[in-house]
Design a protein around this ligand. Structure first.
Ligand SMILES: CC(C)(COP(=O)(O)OP(=O)(O)OC[C@H]1O[C@@H](n2cnc3c(N)ncnc32)[C@H](O)[C@@H]1OP(=O)(O)O)[C@@H](O)C(=O)NCCC(=O)NCCS
Length: 200
């Protein structure tokens, strides 16, 4: 697997759907909200100058293999999903009637997450990192997260946080191998998470 890491802000916007597809392999809440939310989230992250983002691209085929996103204020990314009010209301109503359990989890998460998030001005959150299922287990996940750490350090951040579901061994191993330690565990509706932190 020969690949190069690139800055997310330099990606051609027509490749964002592919990153959104890779994200659909995640079992977290954003993926459970559905593809339209995921794609919109990537469009927001791509444009948000405070986001530090990387993606991996195979040298020969040009195929996208995975990505990582970090933000000093992850809630601002999710709240921008509401900017297009008509779109947001339509999608939320659809969610409420088709997958009410996900809707309830969304409400619980929006309430719970506020108390868990970083409020240290020199810290940044590793919000997501994902690798296409075909390319997992080859240390790309930890390389993407390491790139987020390096870029965040260069941008002046001193600490990185991450939340990882307790069942997610691959993410836990990759994150711990990058030097993160478990600060606490917490519950967010159906999700049991480790709150991880690392000095940059
Ligand atoms: C988490 C994720 C990014 C890791 O990517 P990756 O490229 O496979 O990661 P790495 O190869 O760097 O490390 C994974 C480690 O977990 C191990 N692992 C993978 N699946 C495992 C499992 N089910 N149980 C135990 N260990 C597992 C691998 O063997 C590897 O450890 P090793 O290097 O000591 O052998 C990838 O699994 C993924 O995209 N998952 C879906 C999205 C997700 O959960 N993202 C993280 C939360 S935002």
């Amino acid at each position: 697997m020969n690949y190069i890491l690139h800055d997310l802000h330099g990606i051609s916007p027509d490749r964002l759907p592919r990153l959104a597809e890779i994200h659909m392999g995640d079992r977290g809440l954003l993926a459970r909200l559905g593809y339209p939310f995921v794609l919109r989230y990537f469009e927001i992250a791509y444009k948000d100058p405070r986001v530090i983002g990387v993606y991996a691209q195979e040298n020969e085929s040009g195929e996208l293999l995975g990505y990582g996103i970090a933000s000093p204020e992850p809630e601002s990314l999710t709240s921008q999903l509401k900017n297009d009010r008509r779109w947001f209301i339509k999608e939320i109503v659809k969610l409420f009637f088709t997958r009410p359990h996900v809707f309830i989890q969304l409400v619980i998460s929006s309430i719970t997450i506020k108390g868990q998030m970083n409020n240290e001005s020199d810290a940044i959150e590793c919000v997501y990192f994902s690798v296409d299922a075909k390319y997992r287990g080859q240390k790309l996940g930890r390389t993407l997260q390491r790139a987020l750490m390096d870029e965040s350090r260069k941008a002046g951040y001193k600490k990185m946080f991450a939340s990882i579901e307790t069942w997610n061994q691959a993410s836990l191993i990759a994150t711990q191998s990058n030097g993160f330690v478990i600060a606490k565990t917490f519950r967010e509706g159906i999700y049991h998470r480790y709150r991880m932190e690392c000095k940059l």
